[in-house]
Design a protein around this ligand. Structure first.
Ligand SMILES: [Zn+2]
Ligand SMILES: [Zn+2]
Length: 248
């Protein structure tokens, strides 16, 4: 179940279009691709280092099989395919975890959901299953300091309706990737207004207060425990349905 990066609709199998440059983001139509490129993807399109040419251009063919460049690219593509399936669940969790009812109005600019995954299959280049080893709220300043090569996680610090999550594969020095590239997924979420400006007490904001309590066993917030459990035990489609219903 792959979704359009721009309009968020589910794309029927066989009709998936990809950004020809980074090959990471997917679209339902040429139209969405064009609008998305002009609106924001132009600034955010980051091709894999293995695809970059010395002159700054992007190669249209893949590096030869058996080379390290190809392995790195395939590992990244496998992660992207998995992320495309889980994206909606992570998006819903981002808004939930950032708890706009009880944090400053610009919390989505200063903080994001931070996910670290590890592959559950031997062959990283074909891996279809990953486990969440960390799910937490991170300070954008800390992540920017940790990953300067990413070039800044937040583009527009005035846009407080835009939220984001960052996902990365855990350090795997045995594969020469420490760490593999991060993914930053960002979008505008009007639900923030419901939580931020809505009635306190028994409004939408408080519907989720139980998710922010700490789990006595792990010391993590309940939402993180639930998310890890969902990724470990459910298929992406099932989890997307459940999380979609919970948000209402
Ligand atoms: Zn679309
Ligand atoms: Zn792109």
């Amino acid at each position: 179940m792959v979704k359009c990066y721009y309009c968020n609709t589910t794309i029927p199998a066989g009709e998936v279009k990809r950004c020809g440059r980074c090959r990471l983001v997917t679209y339902c139509s040429k139209n969405c691709q064009t609008i998305s490129w002009k609106a924001s993807h132009k600034a955010n399109c980051r091709p894999h280092p293995s695809l970059l040419l010395p002159n700054g251009g992007v190669r249209s063919d893949k590096p030869a099989k058996g080379t390290d460049e190809r392995l790195q690219l395939d590992i990244d593509m496998a992660l992207s395919s998995w992320l495309a399936k889980w994206r909606t669940v992570f998006q819903i969790n981002t808004t939930l975890a950032l708890d706009f009812a009880h944090n400053p109005p610009d919390y989505g600019v200063t903080h994001c959901l931070y996910l670290i995954v590890e592959p559950l299959e031997e062959d990283l280049a074909k891996c279809k299953k990953y486990r969440l080893v960390e799910a937490s709220i991170a300070s954008v300043a800390d992540l920017d300091a940790k990953f300067p090569e990413f070039g800044g996680i937040v583009d527009d610090t005035n846009d407080t309706l835009r939220v984001r999550f960052v996902l990365q594969l855990r350090d795997m020095p045995e594969y020469g990737c420490t760490p593999l590239r991060m993914r930053r997924v960002q979008w505008s979420d009007l639900n923030i207004l419901r939580f931020r400006d809505g009635p306190k007490g028994d409004g939408a904001a408080d519907k989720f207060s139980e998710f922010h309590k700490l789990d006595p066993q792990t010391g993590e917030p309940i939402w993180a425990v639930m998310l890890k459990h969902a990724v470990e035990t459910m298929e992406a489609e099932e989890a997307t349905r459940k999380y979609g219903m919970a948000r209402g």
